[in-house]
Design a protein around this ligand. Structure first.
Ligand code: T6T
Length: 325
């Protein structure tokens, strides 16, 4: 953090609001609350957010829970609200369960922008519903991402056979939408692909690996799996490898941690759909700053994808989208 140790201690103790900083201290403090702290996706988002914070001379505070779970995220959010930042950027870990906790920030006069995930319907500032109060939603188009994954998997398996989605938990906007897009694309365009029941792994790669082996044991003709986020994909790929099915059960991964390069090169993973988390963080900070300085901001900002496969994984223009550790 850019905060001095004394200011940090004072802030943690809640005794020194940022407004009493010396003149050369940043004018605004923006908090970024990730889905979890130890995830290359959010670490990369933090990198982009910090780049914008440095450019604008604002203070960025990155504070989150150790796992992707509303039960652990809400107390962190409450602590962040108590510190009174000028704005909160947050990846809500559940589209329903974070509505009331985030309303506490809104009621305290702290502008809220959701990054990566959304609450309610994700359509904000409409004057309807109980979850339209965030100013903006900055994220990948996750339905599209799910459709892209379906096309990649259908192609890898020659357009027919059994597949399934390895997913986190129901109720998370991103991964729900990826599954929705994946299933819609298969239903509309790949009639010979059978999508088996989704397996939920609670964001635990070990669960995802055991589930892969169990699904394969029940369905020996299994042809592929879509890992709908980093840990789901990592775990599903490990499961394929442990089952000795590399190349026979094909893997399409959402997200692009550094380990994906090896997995693509060895053929364990056919395609990784990299999100652009640094852009999400960058535009999150820029949008908060624009709002704080009296500008209007878009209610939604969409960021892109980079599709990584064996043919392009070594290209620096592609490799730059591999996430930071
Ligand atoms: O896929 C990302 C993120 O978009 C999703 O909301 C949760 O999982 C990740 O953080 C990857 O682990």
């Amino acid at each position: 953090s850019l905060l001095g140790a004394a200011a940090m201690a004072a802030l943690a103790a809640g005794v020194l609001p940022h407004a009493t900083f010396a003149q050369d201290q940043p004018q605004y403090t923006i908090a970024l609350v990730p889905g979890l702290t130890t995830d290359a996706f959010y670490i990369t988002m933090q990198r982009g957010a910090q780049a914008a914070a440095d450019a604008l001379g604002v203070e960025l505070v990155f504070q989150g829970a150790a796992d992707f779970n509303p039960v652990t995220q809400v107390p962190v959010l409450d602590a962040v609200i108590a510190r009174g930042p000028d704005a909160i950027l947050i990846a809500p870990t559940d589209k329903t369960q974070l509505v009331e906790p985030l309303r506490r920030a809104h009621d305290a006069g702290i502008p809220v922008i959701t990054v990566d995930t959304f609450i309610g319907t994700g359509v904000y500032q409409t004057g309807s519903g109980d979850a339209d109060f965030p100013l903006s939603y900055i994220a990948s188009d996750n339905v599209l991402g799910g459709r892209m994954a379906a096309r990649a998997l259908a192609e890898a398996i020659g357009g027919e056979g059994q597949v399934y989605v390895s997913n986190v938990n129901p109720g998370i906007s991103t991964t729900d939408q990826r599954e929705e897009g994946f299933k819609a694309e298969m239903a509309e365009n790949f009639p010979n692909v059978e999508v088996l029941e989704t397996q939920f792994n609670e964001n635990d790669a070990n669960n995802a690996a055991s589930q892969l082996q169990a699904v394969f044991a029940r369905n020996p003709n299994l042809k592929g799996v879509f890992g709908a986020n980093l840990f789901s994909a990592l775990g599903a790929a490990n499961g394929v490898q442990q089952a000795g099915q590399t190349g026979n059960v094909r893997v399409i991964a959402f997200d692009a941690p550094t380990s994906i390069v090896d997995n693509i090169n060895t053929g364990l993973v056919d395609v990784a759909i990299a999100q652009h988390p640094a852009e999400i963080g960058y535009y999150g900070v820029v949008s908060a700053y624009a709002h704080l300085t009296g500008q209007s901001i878009p209610t939604a900002i969409g960021t892109g994808f980079t599709v990584i496969n064996k043919d392009n994984v070594s290209d620096p223009e592609v490799a730059k989208f591999i996430y930071s550790d």
